[in-house]
Each structure stands twice: as structure tokens, then as C-alpha cells.
Design a protein around this ligand. Structure first.
Ligand SMILES: C[S@@+](CC[C@H](N)C(=O)[O-])C[C@H]1O[C@@H](n2cnc3c(N)ncnc32)[C@H](O)[C@@H]1O
Length: 300
């Protein structure tokens, strides 16, 4: 797909009515809210390890939830986001802070960033890289705007989350991603698996008709009204991207939930709690590769 058209579609998606939910998505009780809160908790943990007042850039700020907490700590904050609606929401959320300490603006990381070289102490990007047309370009730009020894917190939704390995169709799709080195995500449905991947050339007319009409094959399928695909990311891919762009990896972390739970108490919540504890013990640290989001900290 044409790069400009894809960029327009991403903006159209992020300016759509549905995305107004980002205004209070962190206050929900479901899996997504728990995943977002866990990720934000870890980002703030690493950010607050440093006692200095920082000049921070966030790329893709959503509803401005992280910005609000960064400003509360007295840092200087700049944010860019492709969505005009979310920019208004984030501005409204942070209105109680002094205007001179923050700036939200509409912009895309797929274009050269409008900032000078070496001007930020820290860049944060959480759950945004899947929308990049060229991830190497994005990393290169982040490197350019960071000061020497500046840090980059890259938190990214993981395509190899643990709970995907417990369901046949999501497992099959993960195996396919792993073996095919596919660049873009598909819906977690057998319909997408057979008809939207490189496998489609092996599907004849009759089989296509069967797959399209079969109830099980359509589980997890949805029609995409926006003409773009999300990029696939996992731990190794992020680390390699950083290294290729002259970053040094200083921390490799991840967050849960590892199982598909929300805030409600259940037996799965207990299992999840145990997995979270185990993931911090040396011998079981490999579990983090299957965490909900990967959190990699790079240094320039
Ligand atoms: C999944 S949300 C994550 C929001 C926030 N970082 C968080 O974790 O709560 C993705 C965000 O990236 C923004 N975004 C998508 N494509 C972008 C682009 N090309 N340039 C800048 N921001 C973009 C969206 O508007 C949205 O705010």
C-alpha cells in the first residue's frame, strides 16, 4: 500500500469516534485497562528512578494519561500524536499544569521530527511503533533528538503474548508469524490466516468459499474499515532495531498480564500473579519474552 495513503488511514482511524474511549480507557476494569496500567506503572518506575528534572518527549500520547503523571513530577513535557482529537483530550486533561511546562501537538513520527538535534533527556514511546511505515527511520529520528547519553523507553505490545499459545487459532497464527517472518499482523481468525497471508495462493475457490462461510473459521474475524495493517513486534525485533540505530540496550523488561484477565478476582488472576512473581526470578526470566508488553530501555 502507498505510504501516504496508509498514513492518512492511520490518522483517520485515530481521529475516529471510537478512539475517544482513550479519554478514560485507563479507568476500565477489563484486560486492556489492566495491560495499559501495568505498562504505565513500569514506565513510571523507570522514569522515577532518576531524581533529576528531565526534558521529555512522548510520541503517541493517547489520552495524555502518562503526560499528566510526568507533569505532576515537575518534568518538562512535549508530546506529538497523529490524532487531532486525542491532542484536544490530552490538553484538557493537563490544563491544571502551567502552560510553559508542556506542549501537545499534532504530528507523525513517520516524518522528520520538528525538534533540533540533541534536545531531549528522555523519549518515551508506548504502543505506537506498530503504526510506523519505517521503524528504522523512527529509531533514527529518536536518536537524533536525544541528548548524548539520553534514554529512550520503548514499550511495545508483544505479538507473542503467553495467552496466545493456549488457543489453537492464536497459537497457529503465532507459529506462522515465527516461521514466516511476516511483517504485518492479521486478525486472530482462521479466515485471515488462510485468506490474508502468503498461504492464500494455496487456497482454491471451493476452499475459499468454505472458509468464508464457516463459523469456526470466522471466530476472531472482523472487517477492517481502515486500509492499513499493524506491524508485528516482539522483544528481539525491538532490541535489533535499537542496535541497528546506534543505541545501547540498558534494560530488558516486560509487563503482564500473562493471562487474559481483567481486574476481577478469579483463579486465573491467582495464576497470573504467580507467573508475574516467577518472571522476576532469574531462572524464569525467559517468561518476560511472553509478557503483554515489552519494555526496552535504550541509551544513546
Ligand atoms: C495504542 S495508543 C497508545 C497511547 C499511549 N501511548 C498509551 O500507552 O496510553 C497509540 C497512540 O499512537 C498514536 N499514533 C498512531 N500513529 C501515529 C503516528 N504516525 N505518529 C504519532 N502518533 C501516532 C495514536 O494516535 C495513539 O494516541
Amino acid at each position: 500500500m502507498n505510504k501516504i495513503l496508509k498514513e492518512k488511514e492511520i490518522k483517520r482511524w485515530w481521529d475516529s469516534k471510537r478512539q475517544l474511549r482513550w479519554q478514560n480507557i485507563y479507568e476500565g476494569k477489563d484486560y486492556s485497562s489492566l495491560a495499559l496500567n501495568n505498562r504505565e506503572f513500569k514506565i513510571l518506575y523507570y522514569l522515577n528512578k532518576n531524581n533529576k528534572k528531565l526534558n521529555i518527549l512522548e510520541i503517541g500520547f493517547g489520552g495524555g494519561q502518562l503526560a499528566y503523571k510526568i507533569l505532576k513530577k515537575g518534568h518538562h513535557y512535549t508530546g506529538i500524536d497523529v490524532s487531532s482529537n486525542l491532542t484536544k483530550i490530552a490538553n484538557a486533561k493537563c490544563k491544571k499544569y502551567q502552560k510553559k511546562n508542556f506542549n501537545f501537538s499534532v504530528g507523525s513520527f513517520n516524518k522528520k521530527l520538528k525538534f533540533k538535534n540533541n534536545c531531549f533527556d528522555l523519549v518515551i514511546m508506548a504502543g505506537v511503533l506498530q503504526y510506523s511505515s519505517d521503524p528504522k527511520f523512527v529509531f533514527n529520528e529518536i536518536n537524533r533528538v536525544l541528548k548524548e547519553k539520553g534514554e529512550f523507553i520503548c514499550a511495545q505490545t508483544n505479538v507473542f503474548k503467553l495467552h496466545f499459545f493456549f488457543k489453537l487459532r492464536t497459537l497457529l497464527i503465532r507459529l506462522y508469524y515465527f516461521l514466516s517472518k511476516e511483517e504485518y499482523e492479521i486478525n486472530d481468525s482462521l479466515r485471515s490466516f488462510f485468506l490474508e497471508t502468503k498461504l492464500k495462493k494455496y487456497v482454491n475457490k471451493n476452499l475459499k468459499k468454505f472458509i468464508t462461510n464457516n463459523k469456526y473459521c470466522n471466530k476472531g474475524y472482523s472487517v477492517n474499515k481502515f486500509d492499513f495493517k499493524k506491524r508485528i513486534f516482539f522483544r528481539k525485533k525491538l532490541i535489533n532495531l535499537g542496535k541497528q540505530n546506534n543505541f545501547t540496550v540498558i534494560t530488558k523488561d516486560a509487563c503482564g498480564p500473562y493471562l487474559q484477565i481483567g481486574y476481577k478476582f478469579s483463579i486465573y488472576a491467582i495464576f497470573n500473579y504467580i507467573l508475574e512473581i516467577f518472571s522476576n526470578i532469574f531462572f524464569f526470566r525467559f517468561l518476560k519474552k511472553f509478557g503483554e508488553s515489552q519494555i526496552i530501555i535504550f541509551k544513546k
